[in-house]
Design a protein around this ligand. Structure first.
Ligand SMILES: Cc1cc2nc3c(=O)[nH]c(=O)nc-3n(C[C@H](O)[C@H](O)[C@H](O)COP(=O)(O)OP(=O)(O)OC[C@H]3O[C@@H](n4cnc5c(N)ncnc54)[C@H](O)[C@@H]3O)c2cc1C
Length: 343
């Protein structure tokens, strides 16, 4: 049997371990974390990711645990909606539920090792599923592949009340973003992003929350209401990191999946979705083809799409968090909103 070592038992690593053929591979997953993330956050699962979850065999359980998005409004920071769009078919699921369900789909035959990997195994296929700060990428793709710090801070959390009426959607201000969406069990997921020099590591969530309350004070009433219900213990604050274009996600002996390959800004809400699609695609290729052909086909199928999304996501970040061009952007959005209402 061929050996596959997966470094990272997050979304990408668990999805891969759950879908590799246990009759063909001896799979080992190394994961540094011993418990689920302490702060609950939510992830939007787009249709392509749902197909991957179907392959893993957990789509019905994800549907049952998550909540459906129906409509999404794009607003200015006073709360006025420029545009409203249908987003039927997207499921919001808590990261903890997603990780728990992926974990339950991993077969018993997979060897689980807990603790951070510092030295990488030399035999068999090595899979870097170890996120944006990937040890596998740095060691096999070199120092030019090192992650890059963006100037943006992101905060996320879930509060224990349903979305207040007519407040859901994304609020775009001058260099700032706030989002309000339904989370499972009648709760509300919120997120915020803006430029900040807090961090990059060890950001105190109480200080970040206080900064965010001050920044959004006097803006849309929905934002103030959600921030009033947020607590430091229920808030995750982190700087955003990205991965440069690598040229290839697979080489002889090593392959990258998820954020390790294409860590992107979160403005398209696609990182976890692409991690799932990477893993389902790689497993299907490894299960059905000899190793060199499977890796070549993986590069061909995934590289262009994931890098295109990475670029689109950065462009989206510049649009959403626009500073000097914000009046022009808002003018265009205002006109687009008026046009869509009269059309
Ligand atoms: C603010 C924000 C909002 C987002 N919203 C969305 C969204 O709505 N929808 C969406 O699709 N995506 C979203 N994302 C992106 C999403 O969170 C990531 O793309 C996703 O978590 C990537 O999964 P992964 O498994 O590749 O990496 P990770 O989730 O980072 O998992 C990597 C795993 O590897 C482990 N690990 C790392 N190093 C080692 C080591 N040396 N040894 C052992 N284990 C190791 C870690 O403990 C971790 O469990 C968002 C991201 C942010 C920051």
């Amino acid at each position: 049997m061929d050996a596959i070592t997966i470094v990272g038992g997050g979304i990408a690593g668990l999805a891969l371990a759950a879908t590799l053929d246990p009759g063909r591979f001896h799979v080992t997953v190394h994961e540094r974390r011993s418990t689920l993330p302490a702060v609950e956050t939510s992830l939007a699962m787009w249709p392509e990711a749902q197909k991957a979850l179907h392959t893993v065999g957990i789509l019905p359980a994800i549907r049952a645990a998550g909540s459906g998005f129906e409509a999404m409004a794009l607003r200015d920071v006073s709360g006025k909606a420029w545009l409203r769009a249908e987003v039927a078919g997207v499921i919001g699921v808590s990261r903890a539920d997603l990780l728990r369900l992926l974990d339950s789909a991993v077969p018993e035959s997979v060897t689980r090792v807990f603790g951070a990997v510092t030295s990488l195994p030399g035999s068999g296929l090595l899979v870097g599923a170890d996120g944006v700060h990937s040890t596998v990428r740095r060691s096999r793709w070199g120092s030019r592949s090192a992650e890059r710090l963006s100037p943006y801070l992101a905060l996320r959390g879930i509060i224990n009340e349903p979305v207040p009426e007519d407040t859901g959607g994304e609020y775009w201000g001058r260099g700032e973003l706030f989002g309000i969406a339904p989370a499972s069990r009648q709760r509300t997921y919120w997120y915020a992003s803006y430029r900040s020099d807090l961090g990059p590591g060890g950001i105190d969530s109480a200080a970040a929350l206080e900064l965010t309350r001050r920044r959004f004070s006097g803006k849309a009433p929905g934002i103030s209401r959600v921030l009033a219900g947020a607590t430091p213990d229920g808030t995750l604050a982190q700087r955003i990191w990205t991965v440069p274009a690598l040229g290839s996600d697979a080489r002889a002996g090593a392959v990258l999946v998820g954020d390790a390959a294409h860590g992107m800004t979160p403005n398209l809400g696609r990182g976890a979705c692409e991690a799932l699609v990477d893993s389902a695609t790689l497993a299907q290729l490894l299960n059905s083809r000899p190793l060199p052909q499977a890796l070549a086909a993986y590069n061909k199928r995934r590289l262009l799409r994931s890098q295109a999304l990475r670029v689109a996501s950065s462009a989206m970040t510049r649009l959403v968090l626009a500073e000097s061009t914000q009046p022009l952007r808002d003018g265009i959005l205002g006109l687009a909103g008026r046009f869509s209402r009269t059309a």
